[in-house]
Ligand binder design. Structure first.
Ligand SMILES: [Zn+2]
Length: 597
């Protein structure tokens, strides 16, 4: 393939280069100009995300069905073999059986992307086992006398049944959705409420539900789901103030309000009310400019801070519970993906840049679970921290860990009428279609250990379309783009998408180089001297630090010298401090924030 057999649109930004979007006859697609691929379209083929993905795929597949179903069978008066699960999950636990639906959901998603029939079989077995416990009133585990968190647990049942029906080819799961809703009707509150009565039951979180309720409505055609979805939208307390440019976050429970934004996103898709889109845009702005640590995590002690009071800085010394990571990462990655999907011809990379930040430094950085209910929960950003499990087995984060990691394939590529967006640089394979023509794309890279990623295209026949490459805003040196080894005269301006138009032929290879460099980021506006160390999307931390290190004045990043691709040293007071990515830390201690000289 010669360069002269194609034409290239030269442009600094995607905005300038993107063809005018063709107005769609379908209102839903105009609300989602960038479409998400199906799980089955994308596979992870290597690199750090695939390593964690493969480990957790095997981990959730190995959970005992009898143990997962035990508390359900006990409640139904059925034979209940297997050991108790322990922790939150048991009959006398904090929220009995709460996360079963999320394990089913995660397994269906792993199965859909990998094609692993064992995942689908396990989904079928667990849903069948759940169905057998429903009884004549369809109530299963959710009864007023046995479980106070009706909506919280019901939402997870719906998530599991939706994914079983749509990803694991289980029509019976679709039928169960309406049965489960019917069984819970007498237990549900008449109207949605903000988080109430934490210590004074009945405690619940109605407002996390509309996303799955809207999806269940579309799947089943049952109008009761849609009616309930509208009733439980947290409009007055959260979405309307956000859409008005106000900040309703300070003091609120962090994860439950961040995941409620997924319900606003679904409401925008289904109802078409721009109020929800405005609320998401303001929420993203507030979370990324006022709430989050350099990792992309937020909510010390599970609570949003009041901005401009130095509360993030203060939290470094008053708590070790800085970010409820699997749950919070689930909310943050979904918010970013929804905004990527809702933004036509995006002129900047803010949503995708933050998605990458959250992926590398929060969910990828968690301690791997053991095989008996010990899971990561809080990430710690205090000096001389360690990665620990939650003190109780089978917490909420055991469910969102499965879902967040099973969703990794969805973060990488998006498609619009104008072409293909490459948002995440990680080894992967995509099968997609342009104007009905099948195309396979493979991405090979050692990023972020190295700076270059290579995309190889295999269209069934020569196909013209635009590839939009994310050029992250953190870039300080020019990106370079090569086609079949030859540099393109195409400037990749940081914080934009570089648009490469061509008629692509089998074997065409596009290489993107993003020179990663160090920078520091202050913890908050009152403490500009307390900084995290970032290299590209990755947060670097001091390995096995002394307690004094966080007070020492360091010449960051100018004093750093490279030891290995992702290992750097700095000398201070005769000591050598080694810095490595937060996601490389295992059982060592680490420090995340430093005093800048
Ligand atoms: Zn959690």
């Amino acid at each position: 393939m010669n360069l002269n057999r194609r034409t290239f649109v030269k442009a600094a930004t995607a905005f300038a280069a993107a063809p005018r979007l063709i107005a769609s006859a379908n209102a839903t697609s105009t609300r989602e100009p960038l479409r998400q691929f199906d799980y089955a379209d994308v596979q992870l083929t290597g690199g750090p995300f695939a390593q964690q993905y493969d480990a957790l795929h095997a981990h959730y597949l190995a959970l005992s069905n009898d143990r997962l179903l035990k508390v359900y069978r006990q409640r139904a008066g059925l034979p209940a073999p297997g050991k108790d699960m322990g922790g939150w999950y048991d009959r006398d636990g904090f929220v009995p059986g709460h996360s079963l639906g999320q394990y089913i959901s995660g397994l269906a998603r792993f199965g859909a992307s990998t094609g692993d029939t064992a995942c689908h079989q396990k989904v079928h077995d667990l849903v069948d086992g759940f169905a057998a416990t429903l009884g004549p009133n369809n109530q299963s585990i959710l009864r007023p006398d046995t479980n106070l968190w009706i909506c919280y647990t019901l939402d997870k049942h719906f998530a599991g049944l939706i994914d079983a029906a749509t990803l694991s080819n289980m029509p019976a799961a679709k039928e169960l959705l309406s049965r489960v809703l019917a069984g819970s009707q007498s237990l549900l509150p008449a109207k949605g409420r903000d988080r109430i009565a934490k210590k004074d039951p009945p405690y619940d979180e109605t407002y996390v539900m509309p996303e799955n309720l809207f999806t269940a409505a579309a799947l089943t055609g049952n109008p009761n789901f849609r009616e309930l979805a509208r009733r439980y939208l947290l409009d007055r307390e959260l979405f309307y103030p956000l859409a008005d440019g106000k900040d309703p976050f300070p003091g609120q429970h962090a994860y439950s309000h961040a995941i409620a934004l997924s319900s606003a996103a679904k409401a925008y898709q289904v109802l078409g009310d721009d109020t929800y889109l405005k609320s998401l845009q303001n929420a993203f702005h507030l979370l990324t400019t006022q709430q989050q640590f350099a990792s992309g995590g937020w909510g010390p002690n599970e609570t949003f801070v009041t901005p401009h009071r130095g509360e993030l800085y203060n939290a470094l010394s008053t708590t070790v519970d800085h970010f409820e990571t699997p749950c919070g990462a689930y909310a943050a990655t979904k918010l970013a993906r929804y905004l990527i999907r809702f933004t036509p011809a995006p002129t900047n990379t803010a949503h995708a840049d933050n998605l990458e930040r959250v992926l590398f430094n929060t969910i990828l950085a968690v301690k791997p679970p053991d095989s008996d209910g010990d899971y990561p929960y809080y990430s710690t950003y205090s000096p001389v921290a360690t990665k620990v499990f939650y003190q109780k087995k089978w917490p909420c984060c055991s469910g969102t860990l499965a879902q967040t990691v099973a969703d990794y394939p969805l973060n990488i590529y998006f498609q619009s009428d104008a072409g293909l967006y490459v948002n995440l640089y990680t080894p992967s394979r995509l099968r997609f279609k342009i104007a009905g023509k099948p195309i396979e794309l493979t991405q090979e890279t050692r990023y972020p250990a190295e700076d270059t990623t290579a995309l190889t295209l295999h269209p069934a026949s020569p196909t013209a379309f635009t590839i939009f490459l994310r050029i992250p805003a953190w870039l300080t040196q020019p990106a370079t783009i090569r086609l079949n080894g030859k540099p393109l005269d195409l400037r990749g301006q940081s914080g934009t998408y570089a648009a490469v138009h061509g008629t692509w032929r089998a074997g065409d290879r596009l290489e993107l180089t993003l020179p990663q460099s160090f920078r520091t980021e202050p913890i908050d506006d009152l403490h500009p001297e307390t900084v995290a160390l970032m290299r590209g999307p990755v947060q670097y931390v001091a390995l096995n630090p002394t307690p004094e290190l966080s007070q020492a004045r360091l010449a960051l990043p100018s004093g750093l010298k490279q030891l290995a691709p992702q290992s750097f040293i700095e000398n201070y007071s005769g000591n050598q401090i080694v810095f490595i990515p937060l996601h490389h830390i295992q059982n060592e201690t680490y420090t995340t924030y430093f005093s800048k000289a």
